[in-house]
Design a protein around this ligand. Structure first.
Ligand code: CDP
Length: 215
């Protein structure tokens, strides 16, 4: 069982992915963290995340242990992530790990949930269930601001909104694996839905897939 969840920043992909993984006993991979770790590594080396040579080197030498750093959650990491993510060789360097995680999830799991921007389109085009989770930009910025503030990070909603719109545009307009809903994805607009409602809808779709697979 592979579940692919894509969508723009702050739409609730991570919350949904974690809850589905827990409820259905699946491994979870937040693929954004890979790009964040590569981006932060480049920034910490004093280089520009848009510089292909520095970013490709960081992606090819990514240490999975570095994914635990709390710094990866802030907006500096998000911005750097979306810059390295536009470089085709960076995406290539991270692809095998993501596909391997989906195809051979860590024991004892027998399936996986991956969230990101290109899971349904590129990483796992044969996923059993593809969800494209979205919401209005204002609502996404509101949620992200609360999320950061809850972690004790200073966040101003207007700033977050501006950063998010810039990042969405970069993600949608890049030439390789742009943010897009797969043709066979189910679109969940979460603007008016709370986390429980989003989860319930996703579960209803997942049950249909499980019934289809069983029958
Ligand atoms: O949590 P949020 O949705 O804000 O961001 P994220 O999922 O951690 O992703 C950070 C950035 O990494 C995105 O803006 C994308 O540029 C990039 N990314 C990507 O290109 N492909 C993925 N599968 C996941 C993230």
């Amino acid at each position: 069982m592979i579940i692919a969840i894509d969508g723009p920043a702050g739409a609730g992909k991570g919350t949904l992915a974690r809850r589905l993984a827990k409820a259905f006993d699946l491994a979870y991979l937040d693929t954004g963290l890979l790009y964040r770790a590569v981006g932060m590594h480049v920034v910490e080396m004093g280089s520009d995340p848009a510089d292909p040579a520095a970013a490709i080197h960081a992606a090819r030498h990514l240490e999975l242990a570095s994914l635990d750093s709390p710094r990866l959650r802030d907006e500096i990491a998000a911005d750097a992530a979306s810059k390295v993510a536009a470089i085709p060789d960076v995406r290539d360097a991270l692809l095998a790990f993501q596909r391997d995680f989906a195809g051979n999830p860590p024991s004892p799991y027998k399936g996986a949930v991956l969230d990101g921007r290109d899971i349904g389109t590129v990483v796992c085009p044969h996923a059993d269930l593809k969800l494209f989770v979205t919401a209005t930009a204002d609502e996404r910025a509101r949620r992200r601001t609360l999320e950061l503030q809850a972690k004790g990070i200073d966040a101003i909603q207007d700033r977050i909104l501006a950063d998010m719109l810039a990042r969405d545009e970069r993600d949608r307009d890049r030439k390789v694996a742009p943010l897009a809903s797969a043709k066979d994805a189910i679109v969940l607009d979460t603007t008016e839905l709370d986390a429980d409602m989003v989860f319930d809808r996703a579960v209803a779709h997942l049950r249909q897939v499980l019934e289809r697979n069983a029958g």
